[in-house]
Design a protein. Structure first.
Length: 761
């Protein structure tokens, strides 16, 4: 730690000395209409004999230091916008501040924009998403959604079209860190799998790390979904209202202080539970919705403040058992704020954020006691970025506390527990040479519950043999991750999305994973890119509820016992993407294997030669496929736009998920109340299981299509939507209810129509 502090001080001193002789250029790149910051915009600074380039950060900021005094041309460009250029003068010791506003590009510039996008394709387990990406995926709605988009990415697996669960590169839903404006969200995906709390109307951008994420993120061992919401338009009022068979929504933005303060809000609620009997001739008992409000203010030219409030709810009979009170219910509530400050005279950026979040989940099995889980978390963090010439120094401090109360249906009273974690992190994005960028980092966390401290080294890197504009990139990432909070669910309850958040047991090793990723991406043509990722993830001390492994009979009404398992996830992800002005084609394929390994002692009874029974204890090592181990998965997406019309289609196919076969059932007899010598009536139902997860469900495949027509009027617009979910009515299996010996299928064919009216801001 002393060495790190000394290094930061030396860098600061050297930078101050350089600024005494040279100049600096700092600034922002924003959308000219909404003043929304544009992340990952390309910014170049050019003069005779010198040219330098950089990209904006998540807040649209950029910095050039150690600039030789003189006249420069500064150019800023971004996908979907017209390039802006201006001339600036830099003097000795001067810091020039520049705000650049980019206008949306007209259609005839689309090809130029696409070329920049293809050459910037990323790999190494990370992909960047904006609202336009979400609109390309067919959905039974007028607007796009992050959930449907993620399900087209290789390495992302969902057990079905209900339940709100995503498995990313072998991790469970509890291993995913999902953030909205820095706020942790415990259940971001709605009970109907098409939807999340992130509609395209609210998403400004999202960074998804399928693995190998950097030192700023922690507390999860799997993946990161980091979403930044849109700021409201600070110049004029905007709004939209839409309705489709699944969902109705309203969205509005108001400038409180023109150019400085804005408020944006939205509300969505499902209507499918009311329309499905007449529309489909059957019930779809799912109710869900969300509310979102955000206040954003530019306090001055160098600082901003945002306050965000989110509430979402879900309720539904996922198994579709008529007349049975078998409902999953969950509620998310999060509130927080972020203050950002860029020093006007030095290249230092500071972010301070604080939030609180509450998640409540309830589940009543068809035959069993209610299970409940509540968790409340508070988090605070301070992040500092020192922006130098060819490298940046970022470090931060954070602390979190989690209050939990849960009942898994086996206790008379809730169990209440409280755990805390705190730590520091640092990482250094460094352009070693023009063609090589590395980001070493480390995260140090201290945990309560008698667990101690973890040290997590991280490293990411990108090599472009021909420089930053080269169409070929090679990437790599590795890191170590720990997780204190466990998300427990019962494999018996496969038809429900109940998760109980509990702390890691006292004095027990934390769940741990190590990631290794190697990848490459290449722009084959200005509009055609391909990427390949190879990854391996090692897992240790993962909590897992087994239906059965070695014990041949178990009462189905009781939750399955928890075991600690080790495991691995390995695979290859391939993507091919073509983007033209009127045509978009995408193919994503993943080949993977996720296996768990359980070590434990077993007693074995064997007779000797004389028939005498002897008991011995043997150490066993059982290896089995994880229940979300989808070996092959292929997604194809196409979108064709011509004039005011837009046609989209998505076809997906995946190999069957593993399950544990059942040999048979037996209802144990019980004694008569008044006659203990006679047995009658059925007691607890027990099942005889086969080898754990040794069989697989049938192949899953489905085709969705949609069509839209846009109408533009003076000051407002109308979008009309029509589509079909599961076009050829494939009877894909969702799960199998063990108690009722009944198959449960995914959604049948569902026709959809909808419309959206929007105020042109």
């Amino acid at each position: 730690m002393r060495t790190c502090i000394l290094l930061i001080l030396l860098l600061a001193c050297s930078a101050d000395g350089a600024r005494a002789q040279f100049g600096s250029v700092i600034g922002r790149v924003v959308d000219a209409r909404s003043t929304e910051p544009l992340a990952d915009a390309n910014v170049t600074l050019t003069s005779i004999g010198e040219q330098r380039g950089t990209a904006t950060d998540a807040l649209g900021r950029f910095t050039f230091t150690n600039i030789t005094p003189g006249t420069y041309e500064l150019a800023a460009s971004h996908v979907g916008y017209v390039t802006s250029t201006l001339t600036i003068e830099v003097a000795f010791g001067q810091i020039v501040s520049v705000d650049t506003r980019l206008d949306p590009a007209p259609e005839d510039l689309e090809e130029v924009v696409v070329e920049a996008d293809a050459s910037a394709a990323e790999s190494v387990g990370r992909f960047h998403i904006d609202a336009a990406d979400l609109e390309r995926i067919p959905l039974p709605d007028v607007s796009g959604d992050l959930a449907s988009y993620l399900l087209t990415r290789p390495g992302v697996v969902s057990p079905g079209d209900r339940g709100g669960q995503l498995f990313i590169r072998g991790g469970t839903p509890a291993h995913n860190l999902v953030l909205l404006d820095g706020m942790r969200v415990y259940q971001p995906f709605h009970i109907v799998g098409f939807y999340s709390i992130f509609p395209s109307d609210l998403v400004a951008r999202a960074d998804v790390f399928a693995g190998g994420f950097g030192a700023r993120y922690g507390g999860r061992i799997g993946s990161v979904v980091d979403v930044r919401s849109r700021n409201g338009n600070k110049q004029r009022v905007t709004g939209a209202i839409s309705m489709a068979p699944f969902l109705a929504s309203v969205h509005a933005g108001v400038p409180f202080v023109p150019g400085a303060v804005s408020l944006v809000g939205s509300a969505r609620e499902s209507i499918i539970e009311r329309l499905s009997p007449g529309l489909l001739g059957r019930e779809l008992p799912y109710r869900f919705g969300d509310r979102f409000v955000k206040l954003h203010a530019y306090l001055n030219t160098t600082s901003s403040l945002s306050l965000t409030l989110l509430n979402s709810f879900d309720e539904g009979n996922i198994a579709g058992l008529a007349g049975r009170d078998r409902f999953s219910r969950w509620i998310n509530t999060s509130a927080g704020g972020r203050y950002t400050y860029l020093h006007p005279e030095t290249a230092i950026m500071t972010e301070i954020e604080a939030y609180g979040t509450h998640y409540s989940s309830r589940f009543i099995p068809s035959d069993g006691e209610e299970r409940t889980s509540d968790i409340t978390s508070y988090h605070g963090e301070m992040h500092v970025g020192y922006l130098l010439d060819r490298l940046d120094v970022h470090f931060g401090f954070f602390g979190s506390t989690h209050l939990m109360a849960y009942n898994l249906g086996t206790r008379d009273a809730d169990v209440s527990e409280n755990v805390t974690e705190a730590g520091v992190y640092a990482y250094v994005p460094w352009d070693v040479v023009e063609s090589l960028h590395v980001e070493p980092g480390v995260r140090i966390q201290t945990f309560t519950n008698g667990i101690g401290t973890s040290v997590e080294p991280r490293l990411r890197g990108t090599w472009s043999p021909g420089g930053i504009l080269d169409r070929q990139r090679f990437t790599g990432a590795l890191g170590i991750y720990h997780q204190q909070l466990l998300g427990l669910n019962n494999q018996r309850d496969v038809t429900d999305a109940f998760f109980a958040w509990v702390p890691n047991p006292r004095f027990s090793p934390l769940p741990r994973s190590s990631h290794v990723i190697l990848g490459t991406s290449r722009a084959l043509l200005p509009y055609l890119s391909v990427s390949v990722d190879l990854y391996r993830r090692s897992l240790r001390n993962v909590s897992f509820a087994l239906l059965d492994l070695g014990v041949q009979q178990r009462a189905l009404r009781r939750p399955a016992p928890l075991e600690r398992v080790d495991g691995s996830a390995r695979g290859i992800d391939l993507t091919l993407e073509l983007t033209r002005s009127h045509l978009y084609l995408y193919a994503g394929y993943s080949l993977s294997a996720v296996t768990y390994r359980l070590e434990r002692e077993r007693e074995r009874v064997r007779p000797d030669d004389e028939g005498v029974l002897h008991t011995s204890v043997q150490q066993t090592d059982d290896t089995f496929s994880a229940p979300h181990d989808r070996r092959h998965q292929l997604n194809l997406v196409a979108q064709l736009a011509f004039g005011s019309y837009e046609l989209s289609a998505r076809w997906q196919i995946g190999s069957g998920l593993p399950f544990t076969p059942i040999h048979g059932y037996v209802d144990l007899p019980v004694p008569e109340p008044n006659d203990r010598d006679h047995l009658s009536g059925a007691g607890p139902r027990r099942a005889s299981f086969g080898e754990a997860y040794s069989k697989r469900l049938p192949t899953y495949h489905r085709l969705d299509v949609s069509a839209e027509r846009s109408f533009d009027f003076e000051g407002w617009g109308l979008v009309v939507h029509a589509g079909i979910v599961n076009v050829y009515d494939r009877a894909n299996i969702f799960s199998y209810d063990l108690l009722l010996n009944r198959r449960i299928d995914q959604f049948p064919i569902i026709p959809t129509v909808g419309m959206k009216i929007q105020l042109d801001g």
